[in-house]
Structures are given as C-alpha cells and as structure tokens.
Design a protein around this ligand. Structure first.
Ligand SMILES: [Zn+2]
Length: 83
C-alpha cells in the first residue's frame, strides 16, 4: 500500500477501508497508449465523492509523463473477487 492508503487504513474503520479499496479498484487510469491501471494499484484512493477525472502521472508502458483519463470501469463489477 502507498502511504496515503496506509494513512486511510489507520484512521478509518476496516469496513470503510474495504469499500474504499473496492471502489478504487473500479476506477481505471488510462494512458493514451492504451495502458490501464486501477486507481488502487497506483496507490490512490477513489471514494465516491472524490472529484478528479484526470491524473498527471508516468505510464509504465510507454514511459511518457502525461495526463491520464480516470474513469470508472463498468466491466469490473465482480463483487466477490477479493479475499
Ligand atoms: Zn502509456
């Protein structure tokens, strides 16, 4: 987990953290080259009320630092996938 994720985990009840993690995994950060990672994988938290739609970051696939589109992936709604 990233430091922000550890911080969230330390101050919030476990149930909240789990729902935040589940939500963050549904939000995908996409580079223009086609590479996509979840917000959670990138060390972020995407709660329902959070408001960013773009993220300036470096893409591991093409190596470019650019604005990535952040969008919720409608395909990734598998509820009981995690342990
Ligand atoms: Zn890329």
């Amino acid at each position: 987990m990233s430091s922000i994720q550890k911080f969230i985990a330390a101050i919030l009840p476990r149930r909240w953290v789990e729902s935040l993690e589940a939500e963050s995994r549904l939000w995908m950060v996409r580079c223009s080259c086609g590479c996509a990672r979840s917000v959670w994988e990138m060390g972020g938290i995407r709660g329902k009320a959070a408001g960013y739609t773009r993220w300036f970051t470096k893409c591991p696939q093409c190596g470019q630092r650019s604005w990535h589109k952040v969008s919720r992936d409608p395909q990734a709604t598998s509820p009981s996938h995690q342990t």
